[in-house]
Design a protein around this ligand. Structure first.
Ligand code: NAD
Length: 488
């Protein structure tokens, strides 16, 4: 029975590469029917600031599978990225991007490079929660959840298992972000123990990214948080020498969106020279996802054979490696001619039965003992030459609640008590209040209540100070669940 999918032709080179991709799908006998929707520039310009209309959402919801060409995101203004909106709205938690070299037919410094980046797609700094709090300081919230982390990490291991991959590398920055990235790393270690046949390792993201650029052949599957994943995906694609070749899948529990990794390339639009390979490879990933391995193999092998026979679009054409420079449509026609053939030098593709079945079960978070132990009050203050001691002495006079000033930090560095005069201070002060017992290292359970915080805030307000936000300090299951200030 044929499957209805949603298709968007997008902007720039989108319509050209989508038309050729659909032509190949049809020639290969893919049992698909298409509902076309309009997304992107034209929709933005009609006044839909999300780049998509409510009717198109209905189509996406109904069909669940979306093949999307790249779109142009207008710069500036109130436009939100449509990709981010779709990923988050449809719960597409996993962004899977295989990147490999196709030497000797496409030039690359790393002929054995063949890796897959599994990027968390919904959380982290991409929650998009930003606030300006003082004239000098703007905040962006980094949100990392336990179920979100567990889900993407399990997805990476299941992907490795079903695709016969040997190693999963986790990348995070848990030497600095000990709570958010620290949780991601520790969940990785826990889940890894359930997959003893797969080698695992952890790399701090900065050296991880450097190694990815220098020796990409040593990586297999990489799982990481949203922002790091975004950055290393582009490094990997660039290093492979093939930004125009890669496809990617955005996978959720119920929905899937498949697209090329490149953008709408307005500089070469309507010239008939764009490489449609990225979208063709995305369509192959889509076919595997819906269980049509046969058609996926047929197209993938014909595509590899076309590369091998030297029919290359302009951006990968090389007079020593290529046989003929072809345009978008001619390239597609050469692929269609080779349907049923397999490559000779490049490894032919085979998909196993069940490759598409990645079902993730995540643990239920058990109830935890949660104890309020204090509060960080953030204050906008620029008086008296911003001398921390003046603010500190003033806050120490506030004694109506059980909370007492413990320390003040500025951009995370302790400046009171006992700061050093060289520290540069902005107008944004984090003032930590805890009970006297807690400060003296003799914590008493249940000593602080929300009423103490309200009393303290009322006192701060009446003292003429502008508190801009608070963060409660909690212990979870008896362990401190907030970071210390540098120098605290
Ligand atoms: P881009 O990927 O569109 O282009 C970068 C360079 O690569 C250009 O020189 C282009 O000509 C070339 N290129 C890209 N795809 C190619 C192909 N298939 N064949 C041959 N050459 C190709 O990146 P950009 O110029 O930074 O972005 C252009 C627009 O695309 C922007 O509006 C951006 O927001 C959007 N964009 C959309 C997506 C998406 O829809 N998923 C992704 C990235 C960028």
């Amino acid at each position: 029975m044929s499957k209805r999918i949603t298709v968007a032709k997008g902007d720039g080179i989108g319509p050209e590469i989508m038309d050729t991709t659909l032509k190949i799908l049809d020639a290969a006998g893919a049992e698909l029917e298409y509902d076309f929707i309009e997304v992107g520039e034209k929709v933005y310009k009609k006044g839909h600031k999300s780049g998509i209309t409510p009717e198109s959402w209905d189509t996406l919801r109904r069909n669940k599978i979306f093949l999307k060409a790249p779109i142009t995101t207008p710069q500036g203004g109130g436009y939100k990225s449509l990709n981010v909106t779709i990923r988050k709205s449809l719960g597409l938690f996993s962004n899977v991007r295989p990147v490999r070299a196709y030497t000797p037919y496409v030039k690359s410094n790393f002929p054995k490079m063949d890796l897959v980046i599994v990027r968390e797609n919904e959380e982290d700094l991409y929650a998009g929660i930003e606030h300006q709090q003082t004239p000098e300081v703007i905040q962006c919230l980094k949100l990392v959840s336990k179920p979100g982390s567990e889900r993407i990490i399990r997805y990476a291991f299941e992907y490795a298992r079903t695709n016969n991959r040997k190693k999963v590398t986790c990348m995070s920055k848990d030497n600095i972000m000990k709570h958010t990235d620290g949780m991601f790393h520790s969940i990785f270690d826990e889940v890894a123990a359930e997959y003893p046949e797969i080698k695992t390792e952890h790399k701090i993201i900065d050296i991880g990214a450097a190694l990815l650029a220098e020796r990409p052949e040593t990586f297999d599957v990489i799982v990481t948080l949203n922002l790091y994943g975004d950055i290393i995906s582009d490094i990997a694609a660039q290093v492979a020498g093939s930004v125009g070749l890669g496809g990617s899948a955005n996978i959720g529990t119920d929905f899937g969106m498949f697209e090329a990794i490149h953008g709408s390339a307005p500089d070469i639009a309507c010239k008939g020279i764009a490489n449609p390979s990225g979208l063709i490879n995305a369509a192959v990933m889509m076919l595997v996802h819906i269980g049509d391995n046969k058609t996926a193999e047929l197209i993938s092998n014909a595509w590899l054979k076309t590369l091998e026979d030297g029919y290359h679009t302009g951006e990968i054409f090389n007079k020593d490696l290529s046989y003929k420079k072809v345009g978008t449509h001619e390239f597609a026609d050469e692929i269609i001619k080779r349907l049923g053939k397999i490559p000779f030098v490049l490894t032919p593709v085979t998909f196993k039965e069940g490759d598409h079945q990645i079902n993730i079960k995540i643990s239920v978070t058990p109830p935890m003992d949660k104890e309020l132990t204090g509060v960080d009050v953030f204050i906008d203050w620029s008086e008296h030459g911003r001398k921390p001691d003046i603010l500190g002495k003033r806050l120490e006079l506030l004694t109506k609640s059980k909370l007492r000033l413990k320390m003040i930090t500025n951009r995370g560095v302790k400046v009171y008590p006992d700061g050093i005069p060289e520290t540069f201070c902005t107008d944004h002060w984090r003032c930590r209040f805890q009970s006297e017992n807690e400060i003296k290292g003799r914590p008493k359970k249940g000593e602080i209540s929300h009423t103490d915080i309200l009393t303290l805030l009322d006192e701060i307000h009446h003292d003429g100070l502008d508190f801009i936000k608070i963060e409660n300090l909690y212990n979870f299951s008896g362990a401190r669940a907030y970071s210390l200030g540098q120098g605290e």
